[in-house]
Design a protein around this ligand. Structure first.
Ligand SMILES: *Cc1c(COP(=O)(O)O)cnc(C)c1O
Length: 471
């Protein structure tokens, strides 16, 4: 596969270059595949559907063709995914796609574990280890650390702001041994990011070590997230005749979004033939993308802190990919958009629990709120011109997608993406429903592990000295 650049269509690189570079430093643009091939209809239409790993293998093949042979790709997929994405019906027309069954209990495991193995694959045959530097404000670091843990040929250094992440997140970052180390920096997340950025532009350091990033904009994190959309849509399509028995049902996928990588992956699955009729872009108070869909103007802004903090992004980087792949009109045809505030998020956790018995985390709750509003009366009101469409107020934003009549005609079912385990946000869940979610074993275990984080000053010289003596 050839990859081009969102800012320069003349760029043409192979998969390895796109993965190793992360982004195109020359233009500041992001890599995108030049074409997105459709899976063949026998594969797509099979009943019962192919397993998650079979789907992953089939979808990954064209994107790595000529660079990773099929048997190596198969090994990468098996090794990356000893866990599954799981589909849980919570009411007759609503399915939760649980993406938290990986080691860190959040969906970023899907992207990070594939990326780690692909980077290790491309580093084989090199004499020196590749050093990954990653700054984190919470969840990304644990997914990356865990994904690279014990992966050959790669070392990882995670920087996080001391005292500014939750105790559970800190344990998830700082208890690795071996090739993954954590530095707790006496400063803010921005200080951590500055240290990493300075290191990447330090020619002296780059002469000594092979440095790389594990940024969320890396194409090798985006592609694997498309696997679970395809798998889930096929599972749900095959269940509809037994569950709701709706004929010719449309599947609508609601994605709780921040940087919009997850939703971009959904678009890739859609183009590859996943039976998805449309998407709902659901955000918290950081509603840059819903505003763009409603008003036609993209205006990034400073992020605001919310209960669904992994979605606190005011300038979503994958806007650039979406705007490269689609016109605004196409986006408006395919997407509804919605945002809610913290009160709405708490209400979402509560209403999901009351109506269905399912305990959802604050990120998934944003998606539940969106879907529940749309299928109850939100879309109908919007179509009848009865909705308050002020985009500064929470709710469905002023855009009617092509599938709107499927909703009002009761011909649609919804898939909600649940991006983190509710136990990671236990206090918020308690505040909403008065009880704590069950803690999965793997989270409970990590709480008991010893902490190896190394204290670090926020000035660059201290950081560099440490790197030089410890890498
Ligand atoms: C990162 C994250 C999101 C947002 O995903 P994007 O790809 O940035 O839109 C949502 N939920 C959780 C739990 C996350 O960690």
């Amino acid at each position: 596969m050839i990859y081009t650049d969102t800012r320069d269509k003349n760029v043409a690189v192979d998969f390895k270059t796109a993965v190793v570079n992360g982004m195109n430093a020359a233009t500041g643009g992001l890599y995108v595949p030049v074409s997105i091939p459709k899976l063949d209809s026998t594969f797509l239409n099979r009943v019962p559907e192919h397993s998650f790993r079979e789907t992953a293998f089939e979808m990954a093949k064209p994107f790595v063709e000529g660079e990773i042979p099929e048997n190596d790709l198969e090994f990468i997929i098996q090794d990356a995914y000893p866990f599954n994405a799981q589909i849980v019906p919570i009411d007759p027309i609503t399915y939760v796609l649980e993406l938290f069954h990986g080691p860190t209990c959040a969906f970023k495991d899907f992207g990070a574990r594939f990326m780690a193995r692909v980077m290790s694959y491309f580093n084989r045959g090199e004499n020196d280890n590749l050093h990954i530097l990653v700054a984190t404000s919470g969840d990304t670091g644990s997914a990356v650390g865990s994904a690279f843990h014990n992966v050959p040929g790669i070392d990882v250094t995670i920087l996080y702001p001391d005292g500014k992440i939750s105790p559970l997140q800190e344990k998830q970052l700082s208890t690795f041994t071996g090739n993954v180390r954590a530095l707790k920096v006496k400063g803010t997340f921005d200080d951590c990011q500055k240290l990493v950025k300075t290191a990447f532009t330090d020619a002296d350091l780059r002469n000594k070590f092979r440095l790389s990033s594990a940024n969320s904009i890396n194409i090798s994190r985006l592609l694997p997230q498309s696997f679970y959309y395809m798998y889930a849509a096929n599972v749900v399509r095959n269940r509809i005749p037994h569950d709701s028995k709706i004929e010719d049902a449309s599947i609508i996928v609601t994605v709780p979004s921040g940087n919009f990588g997850n939703l971009t992956s959904g678009l890739i699955a859609h183009q590859m033939g996943a039976p998805i009729a449309g998407f709902v872009a659901a955000t918290n108070a950081n509603h840059t993308i819903p505003d763009w869909i409603a008003n036609g103007k993209y205006k990034s802004r400073a992020s605001v802190a919310t209960l669904s903090n992994a979605m606190d992004v005011g300038a979503p980087s994958n806007y650039e990919r979406i705007a490269f792949m689609y016109t605004l009109d196409q986006v408006r045809t395919l997407f509804a958009s919605y945002w809610t505030d913290d009160a709405g998020t708490l209400e979402g956790i509560k209403s999901c629990h009351e109506k269905t018995g399912y305990i959802i985390d604050p990120h998934g709750a944003v998606a539940w709120s969106a879907w529940n509003d749309i299928r109850s009366s939100g879309m109908e009101k919007l179509m009848n011109g009865e909705a308050d469409t002020d985009s500064n107020k929470p709710g469905l934003t002023a855009n009617i997608p092509s599938w709107a009549e499927k909703i009002t005609g009761k011909k649609a079912v919804g898939i909600i993406l649940e991006t983190a385990h509710p136990a990671k946000f236990g206090q918020t869940v308690v505040n909403a429903i008065g009880r704590e979610p069950t803690m999965p074993d793997r989270l409970e275990k990590v709480l008991a592990l010893p902490d190896y984080a190394i204290p670090m000053e926020k000035d660059y010289e201290s950081f560099k000295d440490w790197l030089v003596s410890n890498l």
